[in-house]
Design a protein around this ligand. Sequence first.
Ligand SMILES: Nc1nc2c(ncn2[C@@H]2O[C@H](COP(=O)(O)OP(=O)(O)OP(=O)(O)O)[C@@H](O)[C@H]2O)c(=O)[nH]1
Ligand SMILES: [Mg+2]
Length: 442
Amino acid sequence: MNIYALSSGRGPSGIAIVRISGKDTLKVCKNLTKLKEINSNEVNYCKFHDPKNDKVIDPEALLLWFPAPNSYTGDDLAEFQVHGSNAVINALLKTLSEQDNFRLAEPGEFTKIAFQNNKIDLLKAESIGDLIHAETELQRDQAVKLVQGNASNYYNDLREKLIKSLSYIEAKIDFAEDDLPEKVLIEVQNSIKEIHKDIQKIIEDNKIGEKIRDGFRVSITGEVNAGKSSLLNLLAKRDVAIVSDEEGTTRDVIETYLNIDGYPVILADTAGIRDAKNEVEKKGISLALGKSKEADLNIIVIDNSSKKINNEIQKMINKDTIVLLNKSDISDKQNHEFNVDTVLASVKSNKNIDKLINLIKAKLSKKFSSNNSALITRERHRVKLNDCLKEIDKFLKKDQNKDLELAAEDLRMATRHLGSIVGKVDVEEILGSIFKDFCIGK
Ligand SMILES: Nc1nc2c(ncn2[C@@H]2O[C@H](COP(=O)(O)OP(=O)(O)OP(=O)(O)O)[C@@H](O)[C@H]2O)c(=O)[nH]1
Ligand SMILES: [Mg+2]
């Protein structure tokens, strides 16, 4: 089966790119363009026709033809660059759908085929998705590093070390009577302990990679009527939440996704904290407290003219919070002091909100300071690394002089978990490593 899809965004646009992949690619290219010769890995100037009625679909187009295996998918692949109107795109896609053995690609299918053809590993496939969806500079930066193979190389190195240790143990099992020095087992143990340490270090990363990919959680909490929803709307540059001078307007958690100077942020507006009588409001307050607990950063909004600050709110203020003393347009004399970062501002007249944004950025970058080489970007990676660590722990607890076969099984499982991050699970490699290192040809 061959597949086709519009690879650029929906039109109208100057140019649209339609991709096809599969063994009938060249035949269909010739059918649609009437070109006798199509040069590979070059731009071919052409017309696209509907072979059914000979009507021209686009009189001035380009065709790129990449024969297998040197293509993105690893199969025969072509890219058509046509004028990006909906009419041209629709006519071309319809014509493709009428070709024998051609069907519309599923989402991500070109990349899936590339993975199946061993053109890319699983991490790269994931990171191509991340690069396509990157909205902020931090996300783009992280995805670029992963696409270039930073994490894959690291995991592959670790895995090779595991395989090497495993191959020593396999040899010890298979050739027990041969004189493999005793110290081999000690070396294996030390090497495995090092790997354990390395993985532990990767896991203790404050989840920075996942945060960059999914967004930092920032929660707006505080007094009723202090201007929390107004702040959300101002930062989001649109009316997301209802603003009113009635106390207790917001009850549900309202989330919006923002790009704060490169930082991907999920900003949540919540119900004001007070001693509520109404059941619905009580539920809203409980949701608000929950949100603030799971947030990476809390912005606590207080009306600067408030006489007394609610105890619950006082308790929430700590070094990980920013206090926004709002409504400075009414009086710009600061009425409350806190020994944490505080901004006296006016949401209504957009005063000092730039200071707040800078503080948000500074706090996030301090809390999640990273050398920008996070290795875990998804929960999937974390789960696999933890599974791998569990097996290594089991291995290290065993007396390898007695339980060598069981210990080998632990390492085999550890290798498998680590391999599944990059999408590699292969017993042949272990055998290959044995033969390479031990020359068992005697
Ligand atoms: N003067 C002044 N009024 C403001 C400012 N910010 C918000 N307000 C007003 O304060 C009132 C409450 O604003 P909201 O944004 O709904 O406050 P909230 O904290 O979300 O309120 P609840 O959802 O009820 O907890 C509205 O009438 C706003 O127009 C400000 O900086 N200055
Ligand atoms: Mg509100």
